[in-house]
Every structure is written in C-alpha cells, then in structure tokens.
Design a protein around this ligand. Structure first.
Ligand code: PAF
Length: 281
C-alpha cells in the first residue's frame, strides 16, 4: 500500500493511472476502521483495478466539539487492516492539507436534506460533509465512490453533491454490516462498554419490529412505541425514530401501502450517539 499525505502528489499519481485506463474505487473514512469499512474496500476492490482509501477526521462536520475530540483514533491498526484488505493507496492528509489558510468554504444547496432528521439535529453537519467530500473527490476523481448504507441520509447528500458539482463519478452503496447482536457497526461503538453494546442492539430490534408491524394506514404510533421502549431500557435520549419516504426522507404518518419507506433512528446511549436505518418496503 502506498501512503500519500499531500493532495497534489496523490492527484498527479492518479491522473496518470486514469490516463492508462485504470479504474479507481474510492472509500472515504474517518478511520477507527471496522468490518463495515473493510466491506467497502472489498466492494471497491471487486469493481476497480485500484482502490484508494482516505482517513481524515473532518473537523467541519462535527457540530459538537466534544464529539470531535472524542472521536476514536486507531491509525496503526487501520493501516494494518487496510494492508490486509489489499487496499492500494491510503490518503492520510493533515487538516491544513484539506483546509489550507486560503480555503473559503462553499455553500451547498441541499434543500430539505439539511433540515430533516440528521440535518435538524446536527446543524451544519452536512455542509461539513460536503466540504470534505468535495475536496477529496476533486483530488481522487474516482470512477466509483463507495459509501455505507448505515449513513442513509449522508448517501443522499453526497449523491446530491455529485449532481451539483457534475462530477462524472458513480456512487455505490454497500449494505450495513452488523454485529451478531444486530448492532450496526460504527467507529463510535468503540466508546461503548460490552454491556452498552448489548443494549445498543435494541435499536435494530426496534426497527425490525416496526417493519414487522407495518400496514397501510396510520403508522405514527409504531415509532412512539419504540422510542418509549428504548428510553425504558436506559437510552439517554432519542433524537428521532422516523418512518420516512425512502426517496425524500419526508416523514410519513399515514402510509398508502405503496410509497417506498425507510425507518431511521438516532439515539444516545451512555453519551454516545448511534444511528441506524432499514428499508421497510
Ligand atoms: O462517513 C464518514 O466517515 C464521513 O462522514 C466521511 C464520508 C468520510 C466524510 O468525512
């Protein structure tokens, strides 16, 4: 695996590879890698000659400074896992490399994606995600970008970014990887105790319960029940459990039996914010 720390050097290297007709798969991450990330690397490897992974904990997407400071960092282990997964290139920039002194943040027109769900509870988060992903895409210019479905709304935001910037990049979304308990794999799980991890699986159990109960008509109460159940077993706070239109994320209280739906959740356990989702139809 080749390590690049400078964007211009990586860009120059990849422009040459593209000119040789080599396809590039790109997996952007914030490190603290787990099986979920490695499934993205594998998917990228299956579909491209060259796989680039980036590790950069992006300060501009953290609306809570404490969350940024506490974000897990396991760089030696990450490098070991990427080498084992046959990743070809690791891009490991410093903050000044992505946001040099003369960097002027752009504003991205994200519409209601910025006010619904994650947009509502993490103001500014998706602008930060767009800033960093835009910078990374401009450097890597991949053939295919690989993202995980666990960040359902982020996938929609980045799809929109690609359209806004007219990047000729395909997006490939990889299904969520889960622990045996059903808990969605996340770097943030590292901040949970064993006991909390077992408890955190209740989010997925709740989402599956909603799926099993889904019927056309009024469906609002399904989410209220799961919210109450999570609080009952000791979750600190529930930002949302929402059944939404799978294409727009607008909340759906009364279902016509046909609209494609997704149920999404964000909840705090022992101070750690966890998100998950499953398609319902
Ligand atoms: O999903 C993540 O890890 C981050 O939001 C991303 C896409 C790497 C941008 O920092």
């Amino acid at each position: 695996m080749i390590l690049f720390k400078k964007g211009d050097e990586l860009k120059k290297y990849l422009i040459k590879k593209t000119a040789e007709g080599i396809s590039i798969g790109f997996v952007p991450t914030m490190g603290a890698l787990h099986e979920g990330h490695l499934s993205l690397v594998r998917a990228a490897k299956e579909r491209n000659r060259l796989v680039v992974c980036s590790i950069f904990v992006n300060p501009s997407q953290f609306n809570d400074p404490q969350d940024y400071l506490q974000y897990p960092k396991t760089i030696d282990q990450d490098i070991f896992l990427l080498e084992k997964s046959a990743c070809d290139i690791l891009f490991l920039p410093e903050v000044q490399e992505i946001y040099p002194q003369n960097y002027t943040p752009l504003h991205y027109e994200l519409g209601s994606l910025e006010t619904l769900l994650e947009g509502k509870y993490r103001p500014g988060h998706f602008q930060g995600v767009c800033q960093v992903v835009d910078r990374l895409l401009a450097i890597v210019m991949p053939t295919i970008l690989f993202l995980g479905q666990k960040d359902y709304q982020q996938c929609m935001v980045i799809e929109r970014l690609i359209r806004l910037k007219q990047y000729a990049i395909q997006l490939y979304i990889v299904p969520t990887m889960r622990e045996t308990s059903g808990l969605a794999m996340s770097s943030r799980n590292l901040r949970l105790t064993e006991q909390d991890r077992a408890k955190a699986a209740a989010i997925y159990t709740g989402l599956k319960h909603i799926k099993s109960q889904l019927q056309p008509g009024n469906i609002e109460s399904l989410c209220n029940q799961v919210t109450a159940d999570l609080l009952e077993i000791g979750f600190d706070k529930i930002d949302y459990i929402s059944i939404a239109n799978a294409k727009t994320l607008e909340p759906i209280d009364v279902w016509d039996g046909e609209t494609a739906l997704v149920v999404l959740a964000a909840a705090f356990l022992s101070g750690v914010r966890l998100i998950d989702n499953i398609p319902l139809t």
